[in-house]
Ligand binder design. Structure first.
Ligand SMILES: Cc1ncc(COP(=O)(O)O)c(C=O)c1O
Length: 423
């Protein structure tokens, strides 16, 4: 019925994706009735777990207090929740809601181009910014085809990504300052922005010096720096990766958690750049942005309740401590069996790479033992621990100590399963 059985390419995995029927808290059940501890958490979007009472109450309250799901005019909730997000991410800035992460990143590009009058977009190899043609390159190139590590070439991630988008792009090597500096300086006159996941794949941290240097260089050259915090927002820290590094980018893209499980995105940032969206601006400089469901009361109310809960004293620390306990336990299990691995991630998510070497960017990920990782993940799924193979572990406030204990046991059993030899 759907190509590959999925409605989003990212949801597919070999041998086939699993159809789920229902979910509650930290658990999901498939159509055959099998139960799993869920570490996908809808790619990190659900931080209170499935079907949280807080979410249900917030959704119900929209019908009782607002009386509708969408109005087509500004509403009070846009001020209330917008202000919360703005104050957490860019105190002196402005914010626009969108319906998805990719709409936020697309808007960030359009604004940067209008602001600088330049076209070229610099992005990092291995960083994902949504299924939008302007940014759909070099997310997951195989190392063989992507040029030298210090000067990667743009590789389209989809058929029919127009060559125009590739020629408007510059690909940078994450965590290699010398090469990144050289590439940015030599293209500075054409660059409209530098966009990045401040933690690659949401988990691989930038070296603090690399991140600091990049902020300084882009500021000195007048190139807007965009943090795409769709994964890291409210997961790495309450105020995202910006807080972790003590760096304020010019624009921040948000999504996932900020909708509490409903579709949403947001762009927040610099007054002058965001000000170009003001419909009162003279036509020549004005940037158009619209969307029927932007800022709809349902997504905003649920998002607001979710973020309020997360900001309650001790809530984020609980999530962080439970995540740390799990990642340390899994790492111990691997070490006991002398399996080379590196664990990466901060706050409420992490990933495990099967290599003894430091994992600093996409090339290092490609050089890890992905076959072993896939094997392990399928073994885990068959034992009732669900995550998308090779993807990161995302925890929620619904995950319990029992979940952690069960996962530790199932992980150890999976490690002791015999991996078939490759042909
Ligand atoms: C860093 C990042 N940016 C953008 C997006 C796109 O968000 P959406 O799927 O809501 O369009 C994603 C989605 O996973 C993401 O991880």
């Amino acid at each position: 019925m759907t190509p590959g059985g999925v409605n989003a390419g990212i949801k597919f995995f070999e041998p086939y994706p699993i159809f789920m029927r229902r979910a509650r808290g930290s658990h999901v059940w498939d159509v055959d009735g099998n139960e799993y501890v869920d570490y996908l958490m809808s790619y990190g979007a659900l931080i209170l777990g499935h079907g949280s009472e807080i979410v249900v109450r917030a959704a119900e309250s929209v019908f009782t207090s607002v009386g509708t799901t969408v109005m087509g005019t500004p509403t009070e909730m846009e001020i209330e929740y917008g202000k919360t997000l703005r104050d957490l991410y860019h105190k002196d800035g402005l914010l626009r809601f969108t319906n998805s992460g990719l709409e936020a990143t697309s808007l960030a590009l359009r604004l940067s181009r209008a602001y600088t009058g330049k076209r070229k977009v610099a992005k990092f190899e291995g960083h994902y910014h949504g299924a939008v043609d302007h940014l759909l390159f070099s997310y997951s190139p195989s190392t063989g085809s992507a040029g030298k590590a210090e000067s990667p070439v743009p590789i389209a991630d989809s058929a029919e990504v127009d060559n125009r988008f590739l020629s408007d792009s510059l690909v940078l090597p994450f965590n290699d300052w010398e090469a990144t500096h050289k590439l940015i300086v030599s293209h500075a006159k054409e660059l409209a922005c530098v966009i990045m996941e401040p933690f690659e794949e949401g988990v691989i941290a930038g070296d603090p010096r690399f991140m600091g240097n990049l902020r300084k260089l882009t500021r000195d050259l007048g190139i807007p720096l965009i943090y795409d915090e769709v994964k890291t927002g409210f997961r790495v820290r309450l105020c995202g990766a910006g807080e972790f590094y003590s760096i304020t980018p010019d624009l921040t893209c948000l999504g996932k958690i900020i909708g509490g499980g409903l579709p949403i995105g947001a762009l927040v940032g610099d007054l002058e750049i965001m000000g170009l969206l003001d419909p009162r601006k003279e036509r020549k400089r004005r940037v158009f942005h619209s969307g029927t469901f932007n800022g709809n009361p349902l997504s905003l109310s649920v998002g607001n309740a979710t973020v309020e809960e997360l900001r309650r004293k001790g809530r984020f620390d609980t999530l962080r401590m439970r995540t740390t306990r799990l990642k340390q336990a899994l790492s111990r299990s691997l070490s006991q069996r002398q399996i080379p691995h590196t664990v990466a991630g901060e706050g409420g998510m992490f990933n495990i790479y099967m290599t003894s070497k430091p994992v600093r960017n996409h090339r290092d990920v490609q050089n890890s033992d992905m076959r072993l990782r896939r094997f392990l993940d399928i073994e885990l799924i068959s034992r009732g621990v669900y995550l998308k193979p090779e993807n990161r572990y995302c925890l929620s406030l619904a995950h319990t100590e029992d979940d952690v204990e069960t996962t530790k046991e199932r992980f150890a059993e999976s490690l002791d399963a015999e991996m078939p030899r490759s042909n």
